[in-house]
Design a protein around this ligand. Structure first.
Ligand code: HEM
Length: 500
């Protein structure tokens, strides 16, 4: 009986000569009006409920039980909401707030009003693009350590790319936020507890659709409590160490504490420090891990793009490892990440709740409605992107750019991702460093199923064969300028956090 309401998701993936339409859910085709079925499917995967018509530039609405849901898929109206009328739409949806409040408290990602304004200025400054060069040695070194570990894995071994990328980005963000001294065991503890939390939360909040404007608090099951306790235990210890002057001097945590000492009116006590640190960790780790995983999938399915990436890295870097200074010349690597973020935006849904009644297009919207801006749909809208389901990194090359507000993997307006430059730098650099030495190969018959939980990931991970690439000969290194610091792949023995 229930099976009728839990339909299987049909996945489309097409590959032919130099054309790749990577995995995505087929258009939803159940008869209109079956809201229970729609709701059940959304609980399973939010990206599989869209009809062909939803992939058009327009504003539409549905009534889901007692709640109006407005879907905004037009760049002009998105600008209106995220920028021009931002005060009315600054607030995250009750689903998002309720799903994360237990873990993040009043952390920036889910706070609003005066708390959000004050913390936003603080956190933006700490992860700002001007600080990225200071953190880039952490990115380079950690990616090289992973390359070093991969080097020791026998050629053509199967690995799961998703947890590998999650470990890489967790280590990078953890060293950036907490400092180097966190240690393997604690990093694993932090990232495992996030993963577990994500698998346990229900982000649909049925109570909201039944009339509770603020949604209902999530049931705190023993498993959920354990995940939160694990995370808080590690982060609290780090906060304590930093407050006692035992922390790493260049970490983001230290910057937060210094700022608090200079501006006591910020009122950042130990719990607020934990909330902001956990927020930056979560926001910066999941998203970049998903981006890199999807990029490997796309490269594996589009060998013609993979070749262009390899040629470019060889031309720009020769046999030394890519560094921050190379990024302006790694056009293919950059375009692959840009196109990955278009096809698989790690945050595929931006959900807001309007404070006051309003009109969006010609739709009257009562206060407390659910406003959905869905980068997944927007980025695949035909009037905005030619052949929108196809993987074509070239659309981001030679100065070509999408139309304003049609490409928003980092959102836009005052709540735009403050870690955008950090995330982009990290993704391009990690891809270049690893792609220089390795390929990841997927069997043609392997099914990849995109699934949206809090972020967009391949549902069953991404098992792939790790293939070692031969070293590049110096003759390919035209114009490469070696830099002593990260030359070659040698990393001191024992310093690798990924060593088994
Ligand atoms: C490719 C990587 C990343 C992507 C695609 C991404 C995407 C996003 C998006 C879409 C939002 C807004 C969500 C919404 O409005 O509902 C966001 C917010 C945020 N991101 Fe990122 N992000 C990435 C990397 C990072 C990194 C590396 C950091 C930190 C170092 C970071 C820190 C944050 C924070 C703190 C917020 C909350 C901002 C606020 O609510 O004011 N992100 N991110």
């Amino acid at each position: 009986m229930l099976a009728r309401f839990m339909p299987q998701v049909e996945i489309v993936e097409r590959i032919s000569d130099h054309v790749l339409e990577p995995a995505h859910a087929a258009y939803y085709s159940a008869p209109p009006g079956q809201y229970l079925r729609l709701f059940m499917q959304a609980r399973k995967d939010f990206l599989s409920i869209w009809r062909r018509g939803d992939y058009r530039e327009r504003v539409s609405q549905i009534q889901l039980l007692g709640r109006q849901v407005v879907l905004v898929n037009s760049p002009d109206v998105i600008r209106d909401i995220l920028v021009k009328r931002r005060d009315n739409y600054e607030r995250k949806s009750p689903q998002m707030r309720r799903a994360l409040e237990y873990l993040l408290g009043d952390g920036l990602f889910i706070s609003d009003g005066p708390t959000w304004r004050q913390r936003r200025a603080l956190v933006s400054d700490i992860v700002h693009k001007d600080r990225v060069p200071a953190f880039s040695p952490i990115i380079e070194q950690t990616a090289l350590e992973m390359a070093h570990r991969w080097q020791r894995i026998p050629d053509r071994t199967t690995i799961d790319v998703l947890p590998e990328m999650a470990a890489l980005t967790a280590e990078i963000i953890s060293r950036s936020v907490f400092g180097r001294e966190l240690g393997d065991a604690s990093t694993t503890e932090v990232s495992d507890s996030f993963t577990q939390y994500q698998s346990l939360v229900d982000s649909t909040n049925p109570g909201y659709f039944l009339g509770f404007d603020e949604g209902l608090p999530m049931v705190r099951t023993p498993a959920l409590k354990r995940a939160v306790r694990r995370l808080h235990r590690v982060v609290d210890r780090i906060v304590e160490d930093h407050l006692a002057g035992r922390g790493s001097h260049n970490s983001m945590m230290e910057l937060l504490i210094r700022r608090q000492k200079r501006n006591p009116e910020l009122g950042l006590d130990a719990v607020a420090l934990r909330n902001e640190a956990a927020t930056i960790f979560m926001a910066g780790h999941e998203t970049t891990a998903a981006t890199l995983t999807w990029a490997w999938y796309l490269l594996a399915r589009a060998p013609w793009v993979e070749r262009a990436v390899h040629d470019e890295i060889a031309r720009v870097c020769g046999d030394r490892a890519p560094t921050l200074e190379d990024l302006p010349n790694l056009h293919w690597c950059q375009a692959v990440i840009d196109e990955t973020l278009r096809l698989y935006p790690p945050v595929p849904i931006l959900a807001r709740q309007n404070r006051e009644a309003d009109e969006i297009g010609d739709i009257r919207v009562p206060r407390g409605s659910l406003i959905l801006i869905v980068p997944w749909l927007l980025h695949r809208t035909e009037s905005l992107f030619e052949a929108p389901h196809e993987f074509r990194p070239e659309r981001f090359m030679d100065g070509r750019k999408p139309a304003p507000y049609s490409y928003i993997p980092f959102a836009s307006g005052p709540r735009v991702c403050p870690g955008q430059h950090f995330g982009l730098t990290e993704a391009v650099l990690c891809l270049a460093i690893l792609a220089q030495r390795f390929r990841l190969v997927l069997p043609p018959e392997q099914k990849v199923v995109p699934q949206c939980r809090l972020t967009l990931r391949p549902r069953d991970g991404l098992p792939a064969t790790l293939v070692h690439r031969p070293p590049v000969h110096a003759s390919a290194a035209s114009g490469a300028t070696p830099r002593e610091k990260t030359q070659g792949m040698d990393v001191p023995a024992g310093s690798c956090p990924f060593s088994a």
